[in-house]
Write a protein that binds this ligand. Structure first.
Ligand code: NAD
Length: 496
């Protein structure tokens, strides 16, 4: 095992306690208590972040409010906003390796995946830079008597609270900041308490690139304190949240109290259906990679396998063998394919689910154990002989754990796939494209993969049915979350 050397700029960034970004200044949190940043590969403390108090959140929201109300961000020419987003993307690219190393240290993910995340985050900034000067309303011929010039304006919705989870910290931050800033909104970003480093570094980069003070504020801290204060703050106009369904429900309540606009990207337990005519040479590795990538900590991971009984043994054995062949190692090892889970809490949660599956009568086909003695590593795990009423099948495990079942007909596969509270994603593997498209329509989920287990692009809407969320991020839909429509009626000639 050979770990890469950390870049000097990575070392220096983690060498000090982190401050919060409020009104263009890096400020100490008002509470003394700091949150340790733990390296999940070895359990060692890397640095410390602030635990924002309500007063810190209040200062951050007020700074964002001032920046929105007094400008210049909102009133700037859209082309200038676009240029600045491109400059931010350039600056991210210039520090790409540092951002990737921070992500791996903090989250645990393999460095190769972290580098892809950084490129994806840069892509989000560039994609939404492209939208900044293409935001416009419409004109209308209306039925009212008289003559009128009627048009709509698309205006930024105001101050946005952006709350992100720990599984793709930088990508999730960029995915919200891109459309938020392109629309002309200002923001208070709260990264997850387990993984705040890359967002804090991004804040520095954005200031260095010329983002006006107060446009982006970053508060770190726990969800039930800092996050709760943020979503309840009266100065917030819009909440964009990605995280668990349980927290999403609490945030929906907070949004309802203040009648704030809200978008929720929540959990998933996505079905992966393998039909008897599928190309198994493609389906087996892709299904395995889909669930084990990022150690299973992906909201859209195909985590419930429904495989036709004719090919079940081949597929389940094949996925288990693929899992066993993966290199489990610290993320800083270039060869790592499976890094540690993000935290002790997540490790306990995932191993607890595996034990519960056994207790409920399921069969552990492979994996299921801790790997090594340090860090939060768990082997890629395949569980067979499950039924849809088992906890391991109903609930999101969010680890490298696949639950499997067999089916005998297309109708049965669809019924099993839809019998779950979540509806984020789903996949179908078949050589018959008519069957594939028909099944795509029948699965109640926001994202469908046909002969692929993964699919995401900045231009393509992402979001869930059922308990997987409200609203769609990415593409034009993602931009609309940060825009309000104003209708203007100008009377040119009265009717009477
Ligand atoms: P989480 O809900 O525990 O936390 C997410 C964020 O919300 C964190 O920043 C946390 O501090 C904050 N938070 C927690 N309680 C809060 C509260 N009461 N008020 C305000 N903020 C609060 O989720 P997690 O465990 O960090 O992330 C994993 C979850 O995220 C999984 O369920 C996963 O499926 C989901 N996720 C969904 C998508 C998607 O696009 N649908 C993408 C990635 C992750």
């Amino acid at each position: 095992m050979a770990l890469i050397d950390l870049a000097p700029e990575t070392r220096s960034f983690i060498g000090s306690d982190k401050k919060m970004l409020i009104g263009g200044e890096w400020t100490e949190p008002s509470k003394d208590a700091a949150i340790p940043v733990i390296n999940p590969a070895d359990g060692e403390t890397l640095a410390r972040i602030g635990d924002a108090a309500g007063s810190d959140v209040d200062r951050a929201v007020k700074a964002a409010r001032r920046a929105f109300d007094e400008g210049p961000w909102r009133t700037m020419k859209p082309g200038e906003r676009a240029l600045l987003l491109h400059r931010i993307a350039d600056a991210m690219a210039a520090h790409a390796e540092q951002l990737a190393q921070l992500e791996t240290l903090d989250n645990g993910k393999p460095i190769a995946f972290a580098r892809m995340d950084v490129q994806a985050a840069i892509g989000a900034m560039r994609y939404y830079a492209g939208w900044a000067d293409k935001i416009h309303g419409s004109t209308h011929s209306i039925a009212m008597p008289g003559e009128h010039h009627v048009y709509t304006l698309k205006e930024p919705v105001g101050v946005a609270a952006l709350i992100v989870p720990w599984n793709y910290p930088l990508v999730m931050a960029a995915m919200k900041l891109g459309p938020c800033l392109a629309a002309g909104c200002t923001a208070v970003l709260k990264p997850a308490e387990d993984t705040s480093l890359s967002a804090l570094r991004l804040g520095e980069i954005m200031l260095e690139a010329g983002l006006p003070e107060g446009v982006l504020n970053i508060v770190t801290g726990h969800g039930h304190t800092a996050g709760d204060a943020l979503v309840h703050h009266p100065g917030i106009d819009k909440i964009a949240f990605t995280g668990s369904t349980a927290t999403g429900k609490a945030i929906a309540h907070a949004a309802a109290e203040g009648l704030k606009k809200v978008s929720l990207e929540l959990g998933g337990k996505s079905p992966n259906i393998i039909m008897p005519d599928a190309d198994l040479d493609a389906a087996i590795p892709a299904s395995a990679f889909g669930i084990f990538y990022n150690s299973g900590q992906t909201c859209t991971a195909p985590s419930r396998l429904y495989v036709h009984e004719d090919v079940a043994d081949t597929v389940i054995e094949g996925i288990a063998a693929f899992g066993k062949s993966m290199t489990i190692a610290p993320g800083l090892d270039e060869d790592s394919q499976i890094g540690p889970l993000v935290s002790q809490k997540q490790f306990d949660r995932v191993t607890g689910y595996v034990r519960q599956g056994e207790a409920e009568g399921a069969e552990i086909v492979s994996g299921g154990r801790r790997h090594g003695n340090t860090g939060y590593f768990i082997e890629p795990t395949v569980i067979a002989k499950t039924t849809n009423d088992m906890t391991v099948v109903r609930e999101e495990i969010f680890g490298p754990v696949l639950v499997t079942q067999t089916f005998a007909s297309e109708e049965e596969a669809i019924a099993l796939a839809n019998d779950n509270p979540y509806g984020l994603a789903g996949c179908v593997w078949t050589r018959d494209m008519a069957t594939a498209h028909t099944m795509a329509k029948k699965i109640r989920a926001g994202i469908i993969g046909l002969n692929t287990a993964m699919g995401a692009d900045w231009d393509v809407p992402l979001g869930g049915y059922k308990q997987s969320g409200i609203g769609r991020e990415n593409g034009r839909d993602g931009l609309e979350l940060y825009l309000a429509t104003k209708s203007v009626f100008a009377q040119l000639k009265p009717a009477w």
